[in-house]
Design a protein around this ligand. Sequence first.
Ligand code: CMC
Length: 448
Amino acid sequence: MQIHLNYHLKWIEVMSAKNNKIANLKLPNGSNIEFPIHSGTIGPDVIDVKKLYSESDHFTYDPGFTSTGSCKSKITYIDGEKGVLLHRGYKIEDLAENCDFLEVAYLLLNSDLPNPEQKKVFDNKITTHTMIHEQLSMFFRGFRRDAHAMAVMCGVVGALSAFYHDSTDITDPSQRLVASHRLVAKIPTIAAMAYKFSIGQPFIYPRNDLSYSENFLNMMFSVPAEKYEIDPILSKAMDKILILHADHEQNASTSTVRLAGSSGANPFACIAAGIASLWGPAHGGANEAVIHMLNEIQKNGNVYEFIKKAKDPNDPFRLMGFGHRVYKNYDPRATVMKKTADAVLGAVGKEDEPMFILARELEKIALEDDYFVTKKLYPNVDFYSGIILQAMGFPSSLFTVLFAVARTVGWVAQWNEMIEDSEQRIGRPRQLYIGEKQRAFTPLNKRN
Ligand code: CMC
């Protein structure tokens, strides 16, 4: 097999010698370097280029890491061509259909699904960490009421490290475990408090007699003055949404968490970094952007105009909720999400919601359009999630926060895996420098 690397590096020949696969790189100066090739349990092989710089004085160049593996991982596997997503070997569709969120959280943090006793112990661990230090609640009052909830999340989650000193020693496995449980347990409380503060309602304390999703809905939507009935269809849907967003391999925010953690930073600071990365519209901010886009289309009334804009290479507009770096097929999470949308909109009596009808129409047009077909652009997890969340009563500014609530367990699992990996070192990418060469300094009064 031959892989064309780039202009300077000519060719890499990949040879199979018995069980040891080797990649052979020929450099322009005629020297040859051999690299081991590693095989995972499934998925493409990887060429181990760790020694490239020390042996050849060259780096690899891969902006956006489209061809670069940054770690070994046992947590999540994606086959983007086939539209497959597995957590610890289990299909996401099976997990979303049969598990509650904490079962999947246990699976991500450990190597297998819990048995009933393990599940009971784990649920208990999480529910006994759901409250936050009372003084932390003062932090919310320091923000403007109209602050974006993700801005509040970055600040408050980062501040956890100022309150939970007894779980910031990353070299101590028992402290790492407590920090992991604290993060998973407290993140819904913090998210709900951010929302309550923004609308001027009192904070609602967590209730440990409720499931993870029920408790979150209760903290979000109940008020002390009235009894709040939790609709089981909505709490089930919330569980599915959380499960579908729980982990997704080495995406931007997860890689951010790993990179921040590689320096030895404490877990609360690392998760705050992940939240900041998730906020962007190309990542977790897409579900909010989908709703804004659908609103714009509704106002304008012409779907085809937006499709045309999305296809125009000179127009920065993109169809939000479409396309994915890894999936070149229907995102399996989007399939479950679409079904969940049907259930939730039915439960709240909004099956004829114009936005849902528009979303389905947009999806149909795009899936039949040559541009989207040839570029393999399919709906991703965010295309329908915003519609569901809106129907459940969440404001659009909170959608990315929901994503952060769900993804915290994935970040924590990946962070733990990194700390325990003896091969991991501080993350330090290199660059292709294209600036000025060294030059003589000119004093200020001699510069033109
Ligand atoms: N609408 C129109 N054209 C698109 C879209 C889109 N949504 N997505 C990609 N393209 C085009 C893009 O213009 C490019 O065309 P060309 O080759 O002619 O330059 C081609 O498809 C490849 O795009 P890319 O930007 O090189 O792909 P990427 O892997 O860097 O980006 C993406 C992936 C998700 C950032 C991108 O598809 C996008 O911006 N989608 C909309 C935002 C979105 O829905 N994000 C949520 C991702 S799923 C949630 C998560 O896991 O975080």
